[in-house]
Design a protein around this ligand. Structure first.
Ligand code: RNT
Ligand code: ZN
Length: 429
């Protein structure tokens, strides 16, 4: 498209007076736009650091990622050092309205060129990250890295048949919790330390009981030490299958649901970790009957992959709606989990985070008449309102939100990413 046409189009969407009119239209449907914008402004999303370098980490051990995870694509310019990753993150955060958290994995520690194995990591390896987060006033979340390591090469970690291998990963997870607690303490906001392990079977196992008993036992050892809840919160994440673990995943959904309920842990629900016709959104109000809070890994499954960039699709809208409509914002911790190496990685961060915010805003702007119709037993009206309200001027409200928070409106943030690509990323070779 010629640039003059593009510029004119951009100006039209920002026509002065559009927002007050949109707010009036929402008011007519019983929706208070200002209160929705206020709620959204306070909603921090935990941005996953691993989109920035294809889940690479900084150990420089040159081990394959493994664990049933796969990152495809070779888009140039990925972050190779902690400083590069932080610069990329700063660039992304500047294009996302509001203030957000950062979710780190253990192998993003800064080891000063020394080989520090996973069972030897400590808070000192994360002091730069903590300082960086403190300076920006953002919270940190954490994850032990139980993959991309020779001791996980056979696809087993906490459920491993050998005691010595289990011990190694138990120690890694214990230390991860301590690191999480040190982050939470330093930053004044609890760190969620989420445990996901790859353990599973490519082909039909003869024994499903043994590995699950070992996993429960290992986890109990990991969690033995009590940590203050305002420093660290523990979460456990199940999964359906991964590449090379097609036949059985030790840490399945049922396994962790039971574990989280009996041990009072947070359950992490990852949107890409269920059967394709199953909806993660529908699980939220079920598990919250029995658990105080959950962590969400907002992701997008596409066929065999559970980690595509989050788009504003029905699944995402449903997740956000369940959180908002049920009044769960204070019990649901929102995080992202995807990795795409085939497009600009900063754009992937910005787009996915903004999409989750857009889904939340859509939910916050839901006309109350829908619920009222249901309560009145009028299912016809509920369906009509659900469908007709899709035509409300959502985009104008979102643009206003972006503008108020000083970030680019519409697709204009992409120009900034492209500029960063030519001025910074292109020099990383
Ligand atoms: C893997 C899990 C897990 C990872 C990250 C890197 O299937 O979703 O959350 O994606 O820890
Ligand atoms: Zn996940």
């Amino acid at each position: 498209m010629p640039s003059t046409v593009r510029k004119r189009a951009a100006r039209v969407t920002r026509a002065p007076g559009a927002f007050p009119l949109a707010a009036l239209q929402y008011a007519d449907w019983g929706v208070d736009v200002e209160s929705a914008l206020k709620t959204l402004a306070h909603q921090a999303i935990s941005v996953h650091c691993w989109q920035g370098d294809d889940v690479g980490g900084f150990e420089s051990a040159g081990v394959d990622i493994g664990g049933g995870l796969a990152v495809t694509g070779s888009y140039p310019g990925k972050a190779r050092t902690p400083d590069e990753l932080r610069l990329d993150l700063d660039t992304a955060y500047a294009l996302i309205p509001g203030r957000h958290r950062l979710n780190l994995h253990a192998f993003y520690g800064e080891f000063g060129g020394r080989r520090v194995d996973r069972d030897a990591i400590a808070p000192e390896h994360f002091k730069e990250w903590i300082a960086w987060a403190k300076e920006r006033g953002i919270g940190l979340d954490f994850n032990p890295t139980c993959f991309a390591h020779p001791r996980a090469a056979d696809g087993m970690t906490l459920a491993h048949p050998e005691r010595s291998t289990r011990r190694f990963w138990i120690e890694h997870c214990r230390r991860s919790r301590e690191i999480g607690a040190s982050m939470g303490k330093a930053l004044g906001t609890p760190c969620i330390t989420n445990i996901w392990i790859p353990d599973g079977f490519k082909d039909t196992p003869a024994d499903r009981r043994g590995p699950r008993e070992r996993l429960a036992e290992s986890l109990d050892e990991v969690f033995q030490k009590k940590l203050l809840a305002n420093h660290n919160l523990d979460a456990v994440e199940g999964k359906l299958f991964g590449i090379g673990a097609e036949s059985c995943t030790v840490g399945s959904h049922e396994f962790y649901l039971g574990y989280a309920i009996t041990r009072r842990k947070l359950l992490c629900l990852d949107a890409g970790h269920y059967h394709p016709t199953e909806s993660m959104a529908d699980k939220i109000s079920s598990v919250l009957q029995f658990l105080p809070s959950v962590l969400l890994h907002v992701s997008r499954g596409v066929r065999w992959d559970s980690d595509h960039v989050v788009t504003l699709n029905d699944d995402l809208l449903a997740i956000a709606r369940e959180v908002i409509a049920n009044g769960y914002l204070d019990r649901v911790h929102l995080g992202l989990d995807y990795f795409d190496a085939s497009i600009n990685r900063i754009a992937a961060w910005v787009l996915g985070t903004r999409n989750l915010q857009r889904a939340l805003l859509t939910a916050l702007l839901e006309p109350p008449g829908i619920l009222e119709a249901e309560h009145a037993g009028d299912r016809t009206r509920r369906l009509v309102l659900q469908e007709e309200s899709r035509g409300l001027p959502f985009g104008i409200v979102w643009d206003e939100f972006c503008q108020r928070h000083g970030v680019p409106v519409g697709d204009r943030w992409l120009e900034r990413v492209k500029h960063y690509e030519t001025s910074v990323l292109a020099h990383r070779r």
